[in-house]
Write a protein that binds this ligand. Structure first.
Ligand SMILES: [Fe+2]
Length: 389
């Protein structure tokens, strides 16, 4: 594969892996430079006792816990984030944020941390990409799902409840300082969430690979993640208590996160964002439903990349990369069927009446810019939706 003439790659996050590393959060927060912490999580994680473990570890390290907020919904809104910021400010503020949860918790925390560091109104003052010019207060992220990669990415996706759209905020300074990958905190994730978030990670890796702005560093990471996900996602779905499979998926998800936050994504994510905003389909599942169809749509424009992806999934090279790439798409379908996820939009409540709205919203999504094949108009998106219906 030819080298790009020029590229940049960066990773701003210290990554720690190991069973039981959750209890090192206090020491890590101290190293990152915090003295007053806001803990952000959701009800499920709070009930499992993990937020308490985090609070105790922080206090043991001499860090004051200003507040533990445990009410983050599946899709956070700007209003919720603004309110949380105002509430913490009334308590004297916090100089470090610790997030423990899935993608929504991590993204919410990134945006609360932005407000605690810079002040202002999230939508009026901070909406956009690459606006941030200096580091924010430190943040520690502990993912409890293996998929979003938010523990290392530069982005936060927030729901605009009035426009029924997902809004992306992007800056390298949003990446957490430290990511703690403790497989123990993912052991109780149910099979459906394991499958959906795992397919989000696979989509990140494949889209990083086929991206128009891909480069060799993120390609290598993406291929490594594809290999791990293909082998271990079915195991993690089938046997949630398998620590090896959980660990492999956590690491694969983080690796894919580092890859796509550098390379960006493409048409699969563009459509998934719209399906999420308009039909309420969870992000990973939306990606999984669209991935094989979008790969077919892109096939001629990134044959070599899809052949590489196929080899990472165990396809034996035949000497014909185009044929191998097609076999690779079949392998993706095979993996989806092993996860037991629905494979049709009609099965998850998407209606044909929503196609026009989904397609028009997709045409405005920034992820389209880096898709390997230019999407000419919204009719092409409708055709893809019909195939996936
Ligand atoms: Fe994603």
């Amino acid at each position: 594969m030819a080298l790009p003439e020029y590229f940049q790659f960066q990773d701003r996050t210290k990554v720690i892996y190991g069973q039981g590393t959750l209890s090192s959060v206090g020491e890590e927060a101290k190293l990152a430079g915090g003295a007053k912490a806001l803990i952000v999580t959701d009800k499920i994680i709070s009930k499992l006792g993990y937020a308490e473990t985090v609070a105790n570890s922080l206090r043991d390290a001499g860090i004051e816990v200003v507040m533990t907020y445990d009410d983050v919904p599946q899709d956070s809104s700007a209003t919720m984030i603004q309110t949380l910021y105002e509430d913490v400010k009334k308590l004297g503020g916090a100089d470090i944020c610790v997030a423990i949860g899935g993608g929504s918790v991590l993204d919410t925390t990134k945006m609360v941390n932005l407000l605690l560091s810079e002040g202002g109104d999230l939508l009026d003052d901070h909406q956009g990409a690459y606006l941030q010019e200096k580091p924010l207060n430190p943040m520690v992220a502990i993912p409890t799902t293996a998929g979003t990669g938010s523990e290392v990415t530069f982005a936060a996706v927030i729901k605009d409840t009035e426009q029924h759209q997902k809004i992306s905020f992007i800056s390298p300074f949003f990446a957490p300082n430290t990511a703690i990958l403790d497989p123990d905190v993912t052991l109780s994730m149910p099979p459906g969430i394991t499958a959906g978030t795992g397919m989000d990670a696979l989509t990140h890796a494949i889209e990083a690979l086929h991206s128009a702005t891909s480069e060799p560093v993120s390609d290598a990471l993406a291929l490594g993640a594809i290999r791990m996900i293909n082998e271990f996602l079915p195991v993690a779905v089938k046997d949630g208590k398998n620590v090896e499979a959980r660990g492999q998926m956590l690491i694969a998800s983080t690796i894919a996160g580092i890859a796509f936050t550098n390379s960006m994504v493409g048409v699969v994510h563009a459509i998934a964002h719209s399906i999420g905003g308009i039909a309420g389909v969870p992000h990973g599942l939306a990606n999984s439903l669209m991935l094989p169809w979008c790969m077919e749509f892109n096939l001629e424009y990134c044959t070599d990349k899809y052949a590489q992806s196929a080899y990472a999934m165990g396809v034996i090279p035949t000497g014909d990369p185009a044929a191998d790439a097609e076999t690779g798409i079949a392998k993706v379908r095979e993996l989806i069927s092993k996860t037991g996820l629905p494979t049709r939009l009609r099965d998850v409540g998407v209606t044909e009446e929503q196609f026009e709205d989904i397609a028009m919203t997709t045409m405005g999504d920034g992820s389209l810019f880096t898709n390997p094949r230019t999407v000419e108009d919204h009719i092409e998106i409708i055709e893809l939706l019909k195939k996936a219906f």
